[in-house]
Design a protein around this ligand. Structure first.
Ligand SMILES: C[S@@+](CC[C@H](N)C(=O)[O-])C[C@H]1O[C@@H](n2cnc3c(N)ncnc32)[C@H](O)[C@@H]1O
Length: 287
């Protein structure tokens, strides 16, 4: 009996670490933290992404005496990184013209095409390199927002998604004027906070939500109307996602930039002069 007891004690000494570590693992709650990569600002690095369809050639020069310089080629979808707390002068061809920009340490930049289809370097918005910067932060003038909502023939049964919602103005205007529900997808946490405060001030916080989410991966299936103020390449990136996710009949409105290969879905096009004195285009598509 006594021998059997000692055998049991010795045996349990060998297995107990295993048992306790397993039970520890079982009790451990999986981390619910959303993983967000550090931004270029936090890492103090300059990043240059190429979201055009071709390789881009440029020269760089560190903006300090005896700084490094050179010529580089950046393939489609690739990122070049420059660490060190020093600004860079970047030169490239913009059509026939040579362009030069000084870019600051801690900034995320992308090569894209401008509204005249010429190569340009844009400063990004959220500064992350694990997700595409769809567009820098720029506001749609209020008169353009109003026209977009009128063209979408919104009513209270609509659910409007704004892709890259900035300060929330489109989603908030849709809720305030038409009683529509809305979701703003935005990666910049400061803009999310600003949108929430704006929604509260407009008294529509029960109708709208702002989600810090990469719009290229977001679930858009409940949307009846989608608005986008992005750039040509970003519309192109969003197109397959819209085709996969949206219900047939959903409206998509874009500000200033058309969606390539959706010519057969175009229902209307309007050009208007806004309060900023510039001409703005609105494209209305039906999925
Ligand atoms: C040109 S602004 C448009 C703001 C607003 N929709 C408007 O029309 O006034 C584009 C916005 O897209 C956001 N953005 C960029 N990349 C994004 C991404 N991958 N997912 C969600 N938002 C993004 C930027 O932070 C920026 O605020």
């Amino acid at each position: 009996m006594l021998i059997a007891f000692y055998v049991l004690v010795i045996f349990s000494l060998f297995i107990s670490p295993e048992v306790s570590s397993k039970s520890f693992k079982c009790n451990a709650e999986p981390s619910k933290k959303i993983s967000i990569s550090p931004t270029s600002q936090e890492k103090k690095e300059i990043t240059i992404r190429n979201i055009t369809k071709e390789t881009v050639h440029y020269t760089f020069h560190e903006a300090r005496s005896y700084g490094e310089s050179g010529e580089r080629s950046l393939a489609k979808d690739e990122i070049h990184r420059y660490s060190g707390d020093v600004a860079l002068d970047i030169t490239f061809m913009h059509g026939d013209e040579e362009m030069s920009y000084r870019i600051d340490p801690g900034s995320a930049n992308s090569f894209r095409h401008d509204e005249n289809n010429k190569l340009d370097l844009f400063q990004g918005s959220h500064g992350r390199t694990d997700v595409v910067d769809l567009a820098p932060y720029l506001e749609t003038p209020i008169s353009v927002v109003e026209k977009m909502l009128e063209m979408a023939k919104l009513d209270k049964d609509d659910v409007l998604y704004d892709i890259g919602s900035g300060d929330g103005r489109i989603v908030i205007a849709a809720a305030k004027k038409y009683g529509a529900r809305g979701v703003g997808l935005e990666l910049d946490p400061q803009l999310i906070r600003k949108s929430e405060a704006n929604a509260k001030a407009a008294g529509v916080e029960n109708l709208v939500k702002f989600r810090m989410e990469d719009a290229t991966k977001a679930n858009l299936s409940e949307a009846t109307v989608v608005t986008m103020y992005l750039l040509i390449e970003s519309n192109e990136l969003m197109r397959p996602h819209l085709e996969r996710q949206l219900k047939l009949g959903a409206y998509v409105l874009t500000h200033n930039y058309a969606i390539e290969q959706w010519e057969n879905k175009l229902l209307d096009y309007v050009s208007l002069k806004a309060e900023d004195g510039k001409e703005h285009s609105i494209y209305l598509y039906r999925r």
